[in-house]
Ligand binder design. Structure first.
Ligand code: GLU
Length: 609
């Protein structure tokens, strides 16, 4: 075993460096799509501000043995190189994450958190690398002196919103269990890119242009902007020697180098010394961080079993609830025709979404602090309960759904009002030995707390807590508490053939609380409508978060909007910048292959052999 690792280290070191070139992915035409999807471009000026890459049609990619899908071509390439030298899915995820933190710093990084679903061919595990609140945090963290909830950016920008980072401890824990290549070798692609520089992407450039707060941090300003305050242009070769050094330390010393030494002390200093909005995070909070392995939320949907992330994410439960309700309806009969969405399908999906989001707002938080009804996700995803909830769906929109009372509910809880704005990144990987991961990773808002330390950005994950600790119904489940993890919407998901442990799909997305709808769309698109994963990702986004019915701007017809209004929907046509990635098992020309998709709204690609 040790011998294998040493010889692999030599090969890995040779192959993992210098992945800045050769980004061409192996592409193949999708095989026998059931319903062709015409992915139209958005009308000029209608792209979401955070969607620098606009909408670029993507073909989908096929491979036989292994595959990686990530939100940036350099990150995908790093993962591909790991897989090619025999690395495991977890090994590849580490290399991908380290490169993402460098080239897509607005979305994720080593001072952020993540959730990772892992499948080893037999068992599914849910790794929790969510940030934690500092020991000194109280439920009044995001309250003004007058006892009102702060505005979102009042909470975000500065040290206040920074939680103890989780992603590195989580990856280390997963690597101990499922790593095949040596830890140090997995940092080589990111170190090399950070030293030699990487080309600023259109998306990073556009986000820097519209960003208001980042330049107020002198360290971030010096890194992201030129001396006149202009963001580095697309293609500018940006070097990050400070991050290279940090990554070298972590490669050598393990996650301890980040959690227990000078790096953690530097984070504390940055958090505490913010001139107007200091925070509470200490080096001791960081040193005390623990990644956790949790039981995934798995439920059957028709001929499949769908497994998702349990609390502190609400993603797995909400998606299981939506599918459980939709299972009682005939979604298959409502397949899009020539890419045009069916109004009845959007109606049912949005109504199921309303009901699921209502329960999410009331019940779901970090279960180490606040128990779910019945003390497990089971009550909320119980088929009988969901059938009762689904029976509330009529031909007319219900507008705003009320939470349900699942079996064994004893608590009176307030309704959470935490804002979640989109940033974040999703990675799906399958390796040659039948392991797979689905990992969603985040520093929360774009550019996190806008505080930069030693070449990386600090998260603002604590603003995923409810800013108000209590309402007329009682304490809010997702209120801030010392050491607690803020509730997430991230929904890294696996789908299996029911009863066989055969993985058929790994997918997930960024998008704040809309993640649940984005991922739900891909599940309905692939499982009910027979689309391949690229087609399902490319479908216009839609759904309701228990407010208006949201449709993706520039991608839906006026007729669809009118049909929904006629059913009583309060329709909001808006930017819906998902960043879906997915890998599915497909039969292509009689052969079983992996088929990957990347979101046309962002810069991702898929690569495999
Ligand atoms: N912080 C959010 C969550 O954990 C994710 C933000 C995003 O997707 O952009 O649910």
């Amino acid at each position: 075993m040790i011998k294998t690792k040493i010889s692999l280290l030599a090969t890995a070191s040779l192959l993992l460096v210098a992945c800045a070139s050769n980004q061409t992915a192996q592409q193949a035409a999708p095989a026998t799509p059931v319903a062709p999807v015409v992915a139209t471009s958005p009308a000029p000026g209608m792209q979401a501000p955070e969607s620098a890459s606009g909408f670029t049609d993507k073909p989908g990619w096929a491979a036989k043995k292994f595959m990686v899908a990530a939100a940036n071509p350099l990150a995908t390439e790093a993962g591909y190189r790991v897989l090619r030298v025999g690395g495991s899915a977890v090994d590849a995820a580490i290399a991908v994450q380290m490169v993402l933190g460098l080239v897509e710093p607005q979305s994720s990084g080593i001072a952020g958190g993540a959730f990772m679903m892992h499948f080893d061919g037999n068992t599914v595990k849910a790794f929790d690398g969510r940030e934690t609140a500092p020991a000194a945090a109280t439920e009044r963290l995001f309250q003004t002196a007058e006892g009102k909830a702060m505005s979102f950016h009042e909470g975000v920008v500065g040290g206040r919103s920074v939680g103890a980072p989780g992603v590195l401890r989580m990856l280390e824990l997963a690597h101990k269990q499922y790593g095949r290549l040596p830890w140090a070798s997995l940092f080589a692609p990111a170190i090399s890119l950070a030293e030699r520089g990487f080309a600023v992407s259109p998306r990073l450039n556009a986000m820097l242009k519209t960003e208001q707060f980042l330049r107020k941090d002198p360290v971030a300003a010096a890194y992201f902007y030129d001396k006149d305050g202009n963001p580095w242009p697309v293609g500018h070769v940006l070097k990050n020697p400070e991050l290279a050094q940090v990554l070298r330390d972590i490669a050598k010393g393990g996650a301890d180098a980040f959690y227990t030494g000078q790096i953690a002390r530097d984070i504390e200093t940055k958090v505490k010394s913010h001139p107007t909005n200091p925070g509470l995070l200490t080096a001791a909070d960081i040193a005390g961080y623990q990644a956790k392995v949790r039981e995934p939320v798995c439920t059957d949907y028709k001929t499949w079993t769908v497994c998702g992330m349990p609390p502190p994410s609400s993603g797995g439960i909400a998606i299981a609830q939506m599918l459980g309700m939709l299972e009682t309806k005939n979604m298959r009969a409502l397949t899009p025709v020539n890419g045009a969405l069916n109004a009845d399908a959007i109606h049912l999906f949005s109504e199921a979404g309303r009901l699921a989001y209502a329960d999410r707002g009331r019940y779901v938080a970090d279960t180490d602090f606040v128990p779910l009804p019945g003390n497990s996700p089971k009550a909320l995803v119980d088929k009988r309960y969901l059938a009762e909830r689904a029976a509330l769906i009529t031909d007319k929109s219900m507008g705003v759904a009320k939470f349900g009372v699942p079996p064994a509910t004893t608590l009176a809880l307030g309704i959470d009002n935490s804002p979640e704005l989109p940033s974040t990144s999703h990675i799906s990987i399958v390796d040659a030995k039948g392991n797979a991961i689905s990992m969603t990773t985040t520093i929360e808002d774009a550019f996190g707390s806008r505080q930069m330390v030693r070449g990386f950005l600090l998260n603002n994950q604590l603003t995923d807590f409810s800013f108000d600790p209590v309402d007329a119904n009682g304490p809010v489940a997702n209120r801030v508490q010392s050491g607690k993890r803020p509730r997430s919407s991230m929904a890294p998901t696996f789908v299996f053939e029911r009863g066989t442990k055969k993985l058929v799909l790994s997918t997930g997305s960024p998008g704040g609380s809309a993640i649940i709808n984005y991922v739900g769309k891909v599940l309905v698109g692939t499982l009910d409508w027979g689309l391949n994963v690229q087609q399902a990702i490319s479908l216009p986004n839609f759904g309701s978060r228990n407010g208006p019915t949201e449709l993706e701007q520039g991608r839906v017809s006026d007729a669809l909007v009118e049909q929904l209004k006629a059913k009583g929907h309060n329709v909001r046509v808006m930017e819906q910048t998902s960043g879906l990635q997915g890998i599915m098992r497909m039969n292509i020309h009689g052969e079983e292959m992996w088929f990957g998709g990347a979101d046309p709204r962002r810069e991702g690609i898929v690569k495999g052999d």
